[in-house]
Design a protein around this ligand. Sequence first.
Ligand code: YH5
Length: 355
Amino acid sequence: MAEGKLYLRPIGFLYGPPAEAAIEDGLALPLAGGPIAFTAAVAIEGDPASSQRRLVSVEALEESRDADLGAVLERVTAPRPPFAGLSLARPTLMGIVNVTPDSFSDGGLYDETEGAVTHAAELAAEGAEIVDVGGESTRPGSDTVAGDDELSRVVPVLRELKGSPAVISIDTRKSTVARAAAKAGAKILNDVSALTYDPACLDVAAEEGLDVVLMHAQGVPKTMQDNPTYDDVVLEVFDYLEARIEACEAAGIGRARIAADPGLGFGKTLGHNLAVLANLSLFHGLGVPLLVGASRKRFIGGLGQNKDPKSREPGSHAAAIASAAQGVQILRVHDVAGSRQALAVWRASMFGTEN
Ligand code: YH5
């Protein structure tokens, strides 16, 4: 009988016409509403300290009368409503725009603003449906930035992006920045602390009607890579995100306005990052759209021995495809044009359609 919590990791994916046929015949189920289907699942029972795994066919899943299993299965298979007005039927690209002084050699607020605005317009033209604007570096080892400095970097950029075809996302942990960003036209609050660093972010998101991206991190940027430890990184990240979704719902941010992100590189060793990547489909059990940001991160260099972030593009594309192949809906990337090409070729070859 059910001992502890139940998690489901969908596996055995089908794409395109075979997916539709297998769903029709009861041999597969839609992953997060489709268009990918899964034919089996790894059922994980227990908790991060002690868990057991068994392989279950879709037939067996559907025949089970277990209420816990039924509840997880409903979350895994249910269609996701649009997020921030965007249909998530195919992989959606979030392009990264940094407004931090170290990305511009000569500094100066005007140059910084113009550079970021131009970059954002390029990313939107290349196919980014979301542009994520950040004024605080949260890379490993980074110091925190004063709220006023972050505000004065980011707000002028957001104001100039008001006519942009892309949905604007603000990457911040601070409620003052989130509030000002919402007034300046941002529709998404992307918070690497899942609204824990500054709990007032919960009220700001609720009041301003922002959709939110909740990301898992262990520790804070300055020290998070010192010695990250988990009993079971995948289950712990799942439990954390589930609790943060509940906190949002309690604060008046409905499930339809939430996306979840396991936070690659945030308090995670190479092994932790790979475990998360290999088990991404489990996070569909959160019942919300998923976002993954692997682009140019150190673990990609760690696998490929590459120190220069820009030399990590091929690995970044591979990680984006591996994520999309498990049904991840939103991919946070630096190279929008390249990611779009990689994903289009992957999609065409797996689904057998040009678009
Ligand atoms: C994320 O994953 N990441 S900021 C180190 C690098 C390269 C890039 C060169 N904000 C995420 O992009 N928001 C950041 O090594 C994020 N998910 C979400 N939702 C860190 C970053 C980076 C760090």
